[in-house]
Design a protein around this ligand. Structure first.
Ligand code: UDP
Ligand code: MG
Length: 241
């Protein structure tokens, strides 16, 4: 396979109504002449027509690489499946439901030149007030307990240097803590404001119950992990010469 500069990793669960437009928006955001990328669409056990639509899109566009999971394992593990398949030194993530705008990808990749991970901030978030308030509370609580500096962890639009994602611990819920874990491991973080749009097709997979309580429970485990885990081992590359 030809090498690529950027792997775009997108988990999806029952997002058939958005996939065609999503791929088209990515194509328009990253003109062929300037960008060499692959789009890894991780089908997280969808029960709608997503599988068939992905196969058709992949036939039309060689940059599109679908991965199908045989059952629904959740957004975090779908991300990990995509990270493991990614071929490029830069990994960009976003949601499949068109709430993130692919037109933001170039500014994320540019910002990554000076750091190891770029996290988007949904400056004008298009969700219900309950979701906005619960996210703000969750981010504030987590920052206080873990001591990280991530403003909007729930914004999937992020860019990473791939070497930081090679050994991420695969656990359900990871995506709500990944930038915090990497920052604690020494990764340099930058944040940029990004667009956010209302969901047009399908339904949100999260409510208060499966985000807030789970997130709080996960905080306990992640606090431990943060102290003990290292994203990269401090190997002296000159020492073996
Ligand atoms: N998603 C997934 N597996 C799941 C739940 C969600 O791959 O079990 C995907 C979903 O299809 C979307 C992204 O994760 O692309 C974010 O989900 P959603 O839009 O429901 O979250 P929200 O924006 O409402 O917080
Ligand atoms: Mg969404």
């Amino acid at each position: 396979m030809k090498t690529v500069d950027i792997s775009i990793v997108i988990p999806l669960f029952n997002e058939a109504g958005s996939l065609q437009q999503l791929c088209e928006e990515i194509r328009l955001a990253l003109p062929e002449a300037e960008w060499n990328y692959e789009v890894i669409l991780v089908n997280d056990g969808s029960t709608d027509d997503s599988r068939q639509i992905l196969s058709e899109l992949a036939l039309e566009n060689r940059r599109i690489r679908p991965i199908h999971l045989t059952r629904n394992v959740g957004q975090s593990l779908a991300f990990v499946a995509g990270f493991r398949a990614a071929l490029a030194p830069v990994i960009v993530t976003l949601d499949a439901d068109l709430q993130n705008d692919p037109a933001d990808i170039p500014q994320l990749v540019k910002a990554l030149e000076e750091c190891d991970l770029v996290s988007g901030i949904r400056a004008k978030r298009e969700d219900t007030w309950l979701r906005k308030i619960s996210s703000r509370l969750a981010n504030g609580t987590r920052r206080r307990i873990l001591g990280d500096s991530v403003t909007d962890v729930g914004c999937s639009l992020k860019a990473y240097r791939a070497q930081w994602l090679r050994e991420v611990p695969a656990f359900n819920g990871l995506h709500r803590f990944l930038p915090c874990l990497l920052e604690a491991s020494g990764a340099r973080l930058r944040e940029v404001d990004v667009q956010h749009r209302p969901r047009l097709h399908g339904e949100s997979k999260y409510g208060l119950h499966n985000r807030l309580w789970r997130g709080l429970y996960d905080l306990v485990g992640v606090r431990w992990l943060m102290k003990r885990w290292q994203a990269q081992l401090p190997i002296d590359r000159d020492g073996s010469r």
